[in-house]
Design a binder for this molecule. Structure first.
Ligand SMILES: O=C(O)C(=O)Cc1ccccc1
Length: 358
């Protein structure tokens, strides 16, 4: 097998189920870096020096990298929780702050970044629906999940006391997660902004005296704010689940716990959803999450290989997470069966389950 290196892309990450199962025999490995300098854990010699000649790829090289040199795009300012999630997934990555989620997706699509990180659900606030829609409108693949314990702090400019605060500024999810505590502290008004760290930055830059930010302790440090209260979320078990997205899927495995995220739509009619769920129940595949999104009035341009894909109308879209790997024939059969009657089906990704402490 000859490994080819794409001219502009990252080093080759094999695509498709079952690709590269055998340890590859390398005949030649061109010395080339991508425009973004992506190294993704694949050996890339810098010169013809015999000491730095390429070593054969191992299966470890084909796993998700831990992040050395990897660029990970996230929505928000430095100190946002999404950045912490990126660091948890890829400890030695470079994080790339982006103004909007859309920008983070585009950064990966245009090879400016290698991964995007996206918050999808929270143990208190539930699903972040807008981000589910983004997954469908773009062609990125879920390659990992990270569960992050979110501990909110109340931040304010030096010298400001809690009694001086009339307003709390943050991401809407963060404000919702602290609603009762903020009210108990006597803070009446809420101001929603795009991200928690962005609130901290704005309060510091504008030297606001009557507004506090709900954000991380790291944001306090980065923007020179005082921490007036810690752990202000209404529920101590406040966990957010983030997804890691990439241009190419990873090779699913069966030697460790994997999840597979899918989205599908069905014909209208009695029993359709029952039939869809039976596909998994009959094969003893556990579902860890299910979300339905009404779409009757909102046509969707679903990303596929044809960029001029027509708008499609779905009554409902069902997002389901399966406790199964796409490398498992049982899961492949289940999806094959679902495809027979679903009006639309897309596998968003098959990725290792985050079994670490949140
Ligand atoms: O605004 C942030 O810091 C984010 O990363 C989004 C978010 C907001 C609240 C909880 C978890 C993630």
């Amino acid at each position: 097998m000859v490994v080819s290196t794409p001219s502009t892309a990252s080093p080759p990450i094999p695509t498709g189920v079952g690709a590269c199962r055998q340890p590859p025999r390398i005949l030649s490995m061109p010395v080339r870096r991508s425009a973004t300098g992506d190294r993704s854990g694949v050996p890339m010699p810098a010169s013809r020096d015999p000491i730095s000649l390429p070593r054969p790829l191992t299966s470890a090289d084909l796993m998700e990298p831990t992040g050395d040199g990897l660029k990970v795009a996230y929505q928000g300012c430095p100190g946002a929780y999404s950045e912490a999630a990126a660091k948890k997934a890829y400890p030695s990555c470079h994080t790339v702050p982006c103004e909007y989620f859309e920008t983070a997706f585009q950064a990966v699509e245009r090879f400016v970044a290698d991964r995007a990180v996206l918050p999808l659900e929270n143990s208190l606030g539930g699903s972040i629906h807008r981000n589910y829609d983004l997954l469908l409108r773009h062609r990125l693949h879920i390659v990992g999940e990270v569960r992050l314990a979110v501990r909110h702090c109340l931040l304010a400019n030096r010298g400001v006391k809690i009694e001086n605060l009339r307003s709390a500024m943050s991401h809407p999810q963060a404000l919702a997660q602290c609603e009762q505590t903020l009210t108990k502290l006597g803070i009446e008004h809420r101001e929603a902004v795009d991200d928690t760290a962005g609130a901290a930055k704005l309060i510091a830059e504008q030297k606001l005296q009557d507004t506090g930010a709900v954000a991380s302790s790291l944001a306090a440090q980065l923007y020179g704010l005082d921490i007036l209260a810690e752990n202000i979320q209404d529920d101590t078990d406040n966990v957010t689940r983030f997804m890691m997205l990439a241009r190419e899927p990873i090779i699913p495995r069966t030697d460790k716990p994997f999840k597979t995220s899918i989205v599908f739509s069905l014909e209208e009619g009695p029993g359709q959803l029952f039939k869809a769920l039976a596909v998994f129940a009959l094969r003893k595949i556990n579902l860890t999450k299910m979300e339905s999104r009404p779409h009757k009035k909102r046509p969707l341009r679903v990303a596929d290989d044809n960029c001029s894909a027509p708008l499609k109308h779905f009554d409902y879209l069902f997002y389901v997470d399966l406790e199964a790997s796409m490398a498992d024939p049982n899961a492949q059969n289940a999806l094959g069966n679902l495809k027979e009657f679903a009006t639309f089906l897309r596998v968003l990704g098959s990725y290792p389950t985050d079994v670490s402490e949140a």
